[in-house]
Design a protein around this ligand. Structure first.
Ligand SMILES: Nc1nc2c(c(=O)[nH]1)N[C@H]1C(S)=C(S)[C@@H](COP(=O)(O)O)O[C@H]1N2
Ligand SMILES: [Mo]
Length: 277
């Protein structure tokens, strides 16, 4: 998004992304055991706080809607990929609320609170919230005017090859591969690629964990496609875009998505590679 128009945010690009198998106890069961009434209309959000703190001593935190917290997929995890959770990923306990952005998956889980409100902005980067495009760099940010990002819009990415990689024309074809993911468990139904700037598209081959279904697709979808290397020119561009269960698809450019903190850019991903003879 920064390349389109300057933003005030962290430049994550597309590969600050993880996917793991989590094991834990249902958050729902823990809350009910602690005396929470699942039908208590006063409870709107559940706040989570980690044991880590910033230099001022405030703890990392985030919240999810109570309704989501009571769904069977939300767990307090104690294992990652069948092993004790590594320290970097939240040892000993971590909230896992599938279908929601990473920032809410609170590590080193220490405290759970029930509330009528979303949790206040968390430390360091304030919060992941997208402001209207009219809000410009330097304008005051009214954090309470927008809700935090929870479910993420549909996204796809080309991981292989990397931008600027070189291929030999004599190899004739090259394999492209990447991931796609959408928030809320909305399954990926297709990932398409284009070699003519988006005029025509063709399907890629998807790889999805068999235990996932279209309504509960928490993990990423991996995709791959073989692309013919053009006979002329010294470089070429490949684009990808995905479509999810709700038939949401990605926009062509970040133009209509621009926001001051550079969040939620899910426009078509483009990679240009070089051809050598
Ligand atoms: N306690 C705690 N939990 C946290 C954070 C943190 O700094 N402290 N960072 C959050 C953010 S912003 C992200 S993107 C994910 C990163 O999780 P990972 O390190 O397992 O990839 O953890 C989230 N949970
Ligand atoms: Mo993050």
């Amino acid at each position: 998004m920064n390349k389109y128009k300057k933003v005030q945010g962290l430049m994550w690009e597309g590969t600050a992304m993880g996917n793991a198998k989590w094991t834990g106890v249902r958050l729902r069961d823990v809350l009910i055991k602690a005396g929470v009434d699942p039908n208590d209309k006063r409870i709107k959000h559940v706040h989570f706080e980690g044991a880590d703190s910033d230099p001022e001593g405030s703890h990392y935190g985030g919240s999810i809607p109570f309704e989501k917290a009571m769904k069977s997929e939300c767990i307090i995890a104690y294992k990652m990929n069948e092993e004790t959770i590594p320290r970097d990923h939240g040892h000993p306990l971590r909230l896992i609320a599938p279908g929601i952005v990473g920032a809410r998956q609170v590590k080193y889980l220490k405290t759970i609170r029930l509330s009528e409100e979303e949790s206040p902005a968390h430390w360091q980067q304030k919060d992941y919230k997208a402001f209207p495009s009219s809000v410009q760099i330097g304008d005051p940010l009214d954090w309470s005017s927008v809700p935090s990002i929870n479910e993420y819009p549909i996204q796809s990415y080309i991981c292989i090859p990397s931008p600027g990689d070189k291929v030999k024309r004599s190899e004739e074809e090259i394999e492209f591969a990447g991931y796609a993911w959408s928030g809320g468990g909305r399954g990926i139904i297709r990932v398409e690629i284009s070699t003519d700037g988006g005029k025509t598209w063709r399907n890629s081959e998807l790889q999805q964990a068999p235990e996932q279904d279209l309504e509960h697709m928490w993990a990423w979808t991996l995709w791959k496609a073989t692309v013919k290397i053009p006979k002329d020119g010294d470089k070429f561009e490949v684009l990808c875009k995905a479509t999810d269960r709700a038939y949401n698809t990605q926009p062509e450019t970040p133009g209509a998505l621009w926001n001051v903190r550079g969040l939620l850019n899910n426009s078509w991903h483009r990679v240009t590679i070089n051809i050598v003879d």
